[in-house]
Design a protein around this ligand. Structure first.
Ligand code: SF4
Ligand code: SF4
Length: 285
């Protein structure tokens, strides 16, 4: 198999029944607090909420990958998406990407992040031929952003309220522009939270489209207990469809997102096999 971005099952609808992806759960910490997130579980920006992954060291992750490929040779993409944020754990994330690239020169590499701390790593991501990066951008107006984020921890300082939302947004948009300068495919996730940003997601689409984002995944917020948003209902499918249709006039939409968990492995939409879970458990010993 050669490195071919058409083989990415999350970005190419026709590849998703043929090629699989694996997430390596090497990034436990997070650098922000989203009001919809309960950190007992995986990052909700990319992953299926309500499940928690084991955490592996970079070497354990490579061992797991070796075994997973034996079980599922159609894996074409290795992603890092948590269970926290990849760049709140940059040593682990970058070391894992280096190890995988060294051993599997043809593998597609992918990361999903909230975008706060990715900026200094973009050159190396491009050098490592990380072809796809997902940024979760839920607001392009700090007035709305401050409703969504409780705090942001950046360069050892805590920020709250509007300042936190401004800082996060600034870094996200700078990252998006730099990713495009380095030729990386950029997907933007925008989580639809009724009453908070549902009327705003199309504006997010407009802004990120103008900055070169390749695809938007406008996905429904998932209600979890013990969060600030625990009383906010999930958006109904009609609301999601209307937003996706409107945003679709501005840039391509991803509509088959399966909210994969941070240790997902195999074909999208299929649950991890028992054998795969066994390999994960062995790797974490
Ligand atoms: Fe949770 Fe992910 Fe937000 Fe961090 S970025 S608070 S892990 S949803
Ligand atoms: Fe990349 Fe997200 Fe697909 Fe994982 S689910 S491989 S992070 S696009």
């Amino acid at each position: 198999m050669t490195l071919n971005i058409q083989n990415h099952p999350c970005f190419n609808d026709s590849a998703r029944h043929t090629f699989g992806r694996i997430h390596l759960p090497v990034a436990p910490k997070c650098n922000i607090q989203c009001n919809y997130c309960n950190r007992k579980f995986d990052c909700m920006n990319e992953n299926r909420p309500g499940v928690s992954s084991k955490v592996l060291s970079p070497k354990q992750a490579l061992y797991y990958l070796d075994n997973a490929i034996k079980l599922s040779p159609n894996i074409s993409v290795v992603g890092i998406a948590g269970p926290g944020d990849p760049f709140a754990n940059p040593e682990e994330t970058m070391e894992t990407l280096r190890l995988v690239r060294e051993k599997y020169p043809d593998m597609l590499l992918c990361v999903a992040t909230n975008g706060l701390d990715v900026l200094p790593y973009i050159e190396e991501l491009a050098e490592l031929k990380v072809s796809h990066v997902t940024l979760t951008i839920n607001a392009i107006d700090p007035e709305i952003g401050q409703e969504i984020y409780a705090w942001v921890r950046y360069q050892k300082r805590m920020y709250r309220d509007r300042q936190a939302a401004e800082l996060l947004l600034e870094n996200q948009l700078a990252a998006l522009q730099k990713l495009k300068r380095f030729g990386v495919t950029a997907k933007v996730n925008s989580i639809i939270i009724p009453g908070i940003n549902d009327k705003h997601v199309v504006e997010v689409a407009r802004q990120v489209a103008s900055m070169g984002a390749d695809i938007l995944n406008a996905l429904p917020y998932y209600n979890t207990t013990e969060t600030v948003f625990e009383n906010i209902p999930e958006p109904d499918p009609m609301m999601v469809r209307e937003i996706q249709d409107e945003a679709g006039k501005l840039l391509p939409q991803m509509k088959h997102c399966a909210r994969c968990r941070a240790d997902a492995a195999g074909i999208i939409g299929e649950i991890n096999s028992d054998e795969m879970m066994q390999k994960l458990a062995e790797a974490s010993l």
